[in-house]
Design a protein around this ligand. Sequence first.
Ligand code: ADP
Ligand code: MG
Length: 283
Amino acid sequence: MTEDLLNLDHVTRSYSSGGLFARTSFRAVDDVSFGLDASRPEIFAIIGESGSGKTTLARMILNMASASAGTIRFRGKALATIRGRRARLDFMRQVQPIFQNPYEAFNPLKRVDRYLYATAHHLARVSSDRMDSACDQALRQVGLSLAEIRGRFPHELSGGQLQRTAIARALISRPALLVADEPVSMVDASLRMSIVYLFKTLRDEFGMSIVYITHDLATAYYISDRIIIMQKGRVVEAGNARTVLDAPQHPYSKLLKSAVLSADSAGAEETTGPGQGREVMSR
Ligand code: ADP
Ligand code: MG
């Protein structure tokens, strides 16, 4: 492991809470370290219940929030040192987000193809004559085409189609790293696995690395290479995804797994196959 694509070194994010006189500081993310190797694309899953610090961690990796302590490096460069429009655009070109709710990612009054064109123009610097083909190519990677979404408003697409469009938008600049924060939790269960499998394709065929944040153990088990399990901001268990999920060691990981198993046996008749990505933890 050279951890030269992404490296988190003892990363902490503190927030203060409470009133004017009784302010206390708590750590939403507490001393988290891990790294991704540029020469070995992988799906790295971050698992944890609601409030465990997953989104805070994602926002720091995306350089949308700064670390209170510790260092995050992308291709060896500390994110805290990225300054100026050029450097920021260069970072965004290489590290792209996918968020939970695609309806929030798109302005309801703006046609969705406009977002793709804007990204192609500003971020990927695609010339105007190649615009349509660049957008169509990205959409085809997610099983859509430009013809299918052209001129459509967000509400005219299904949640699954809109999330695919959001992923296509993220692919236009050919990023090396996707940070996907609960990307399928708003998507119909029947479509979840197809989107999640898309991440596998992006890894295998395009060499993309993906930080896959979820509270769904089943999808993490099926697609991810390595996994960390977070509780209250801290990593309580880390390792090979199947090894950890087959035989969790930490009490919290065991609890997560037993919650999945009991939900599985309770709803067995409605299951259409393994790993339908049913959510088992409260949000
Ligand atoms: P998750 O994504 O795992 O649900 P979050 O990263 O959103 O967790 O939140 C982790 C903790 O940090 C929660 O207790 C949350 O309330 C708190 N938190 C998140 N963002 C802020 C903020 N901007 N200010 C104060 N507290 C925050
Ligand atoms: Mg979150």
